[in-house]
Design a protein around this ligand. Structure first.
Ligand code: KIV
Length: 280
């Protein structure tokens, strides 16, 4: 099993092989997405919305990202592990960015993702110089939601499109190894992709990006009521989970669970089948 690296992703772009990226926020889903063979696992600050129930990603703290990164890092064996730097942990300058990215790397991150263009290039440069691989993020950058005034398509007019292309080139020049493009018209994403040597990873940015990323909970159908147009649901686990818990509740109330096979007699010795860690 070969560990995916940043240079591996660069070669995938050169060979026109699509890069697959997905979010994970805990150990069991990290194991599952890694076993499924994705190339990049992202501990996204989207966890604030899909796991912690916030309305935006803004309340997510560095401590929460570290906590989730540690769990995901224990489950990921092959994919490159990327972690979002949360709101206000890097916008304040290169020194803060270095300090906070360092803590994420010590928690198990193999790279960090920052939202923004030319204005955050000094931070990107400082991180890369310190040996921390960086992914950029342009377009609809959720940490700036209150500037955008909603989850809207970005880069629609000529000026905004030219600025996004310039931002992407600046991130590449600063040393980023990939750029996420979120909610961007397909033709602009294609132009940016063709203009960069580093891979673009799209989410709501059409099919011409070098790779795609989705939020795991969106893809599995457990993210709540809102389904962005760019999401394809590959499963409907929300109703399946609710049904399973309803079955459990009914069986407990009816006295059907636990059955004899879930109960013990005094001569039984093994209580469960999980491996018990040796005493150290
Ligand atoms: O936070 C996140 O999950 C992300 C992806 C949607 C790219 O930034």
């Amino acid at each position: 099993m070969q560990q995916i690296t940043t240079s591996h992703l660069m070669k995938m772009k050169q060979k026109a092989e699509k890069i697959v990226m997905i979010t994970a926020y805990d150990y069991p889903t990290a194991c599952l997405v890694d076993e499924a063979g994705v190339d990049v696992v992202l501990v996204g600050d989207s966890l604030g919305m899909v796991v912690l129930g916030y309305d935006t990603t803004l309340p997510v703290t560095l401590a929460e990202m570290i906590y989730h990164t540690k769990a995901v890092a224990r489950g990921v064996k092959r994919a490159l592990l990327a972690v979002d730097m949360p709101f206000m942990t890097y916008q304040t300058g290169p020194t803060d960015a270095l300090h906070n990215a360092g803590r994420l790397m010590q928690a198990g991150a193999m790279s960090v993702k920052l939202e923004g263009g030319i204005e955050i290039c000094p931070q990107v440069q400082a991180l890369v110089t310190a040996g921390i691989p960086v992914i950029g993020h342009l377009g609809l950058t959720p940490q700036s939601i209150h500037v955008f005034g909603g989850y809207k398509l970005q880069g629609r007019d000529e000026v905004a499109a030219r600025k996004m292309l310039a931002d992407a080139k600046a991130l590449e020049a600063a040393g980023a190894f990939a750029v996420v493009l979120e909610c961007v018209p397909e033709d602009l994403a294609a132009k940016i992709t063709a203009s960069l040597a580093i891979p673009t990873i799209g989410i709501g940015a059409g099919s011409h990006c070098d790779g795609q990323v989705l939020v795991l909970h969106d893809l599995l159908g457990i993210a709540g009521k809102v389904k962005p147009r760019f999401v394809k649901q590959y499963a409907r686990l929300g109703p399946a989970i609710r049904d399973a818990v309803e079955d459990y509740a009914r069986e407990v109330r009816d006295g059907k669970f636990p059955a004899p096979e879930h109960s013990f007699l005094s001569e039984d010795t093994v209580a469960h089948s999980y491996p018990i860690p040796e005493k150290t």
